[in-house]
Design a protein around this ligand. Structure first.
Ligand SMILES: [Zn+2]
Length: 211
């Protein structure tokens, strides 16, 4: 897809109406006047926010993977599981396909997205441009659709309500760690304003090639 000739113009993703957003200042948000769809939001500290959310998310994911996630107690038996163990269990029970999908959607893809966002936002803050930033940005925008962090966490909470009738459920440190990771992930992805992001990449690339 070719870059638009005028970076201040944006088309509404819903109804295609064109808008000039060049005069926007920090804190302002633009919505489509015809259908009300979100267009863009200008934040001077957007990349600092992105960097902080990505870094916090990665730390929370480490906490979420290292400690017990949930324990179940029923008729004298206790079973404690961490997040990586749930994947191992699926694999051990002869479902390598399911284990692969769960590990990918809830750990590997979101963690990769955050690592890449951390790298990209750090380059943006330092006002550096490297040629790998364009394909990596495109990859991040694709991959973020495949992360199912919040879906998984809501699913766990729904099943907890059901299991609570049959066994005593003890919530472990990792449960909260993963919950915080899910919040950081959603926050960093929703902070990623495509228009502002591409405009900044284009500006940095221009600076590099001019210099
Ligand atoms: Zn519209």
């Amino acid at each position: 897809m070719a870059a638009p000739a005028d970076p201040s113009l944006i088309a509404c993703p819903c109804c295609d109406l064109l808008f000039d957003v060049s005069g926007m200042r920090h804190g302002e948000k633009a919505s489509c006047s015809r259908c009300g769809d979100f267009l863009t939001r200008v934040r001077d500290d957007g990349f600092q926010r992105l960097q902080s959310y990505a870094l916090s998310g990665l730390v929370c994911l480490m906490i979420g993977s290292a400690f017990p996630f949930l324990s179940f107690k029923s008729s004298g038996l206790e079973n404690t599981m961490s997040l990586p163990q749930t994947v191992e269990q699926l694999y051990a029970q002869g479902r390598p396909d399911l284990a692969f999908l769960v590990a990918g959607f809830i750990i590997v893809i979101p963690a990769t997205v955050l690592v890449l966002l951390l790298a990209l936002s750090t380059c943006m803050i330092r006002q550096r441009f490297y040629d790998w930033m364009i394909p990596v940005t495109r990859l991040v925008f694709h991959m973020q659709n495949w992360a199912m962090v919040e879906v998984f966490f809501i699913g766990v909470m729904v099943s907890l309500v059901k299991i609570a009738h049959m066994a005593t459920v003890v919530i472990g440190i990792s449960f909260w760690g993963y919950g915080a990771f899910a919040l950081c992930f959603v926050a960093s992805v929703s902070n990623l304003d495509r228009l502002q992001y591409w405009n900044e990449i284009e500006r940095l690339a221009g600076l590099k090639h001019a210099g």
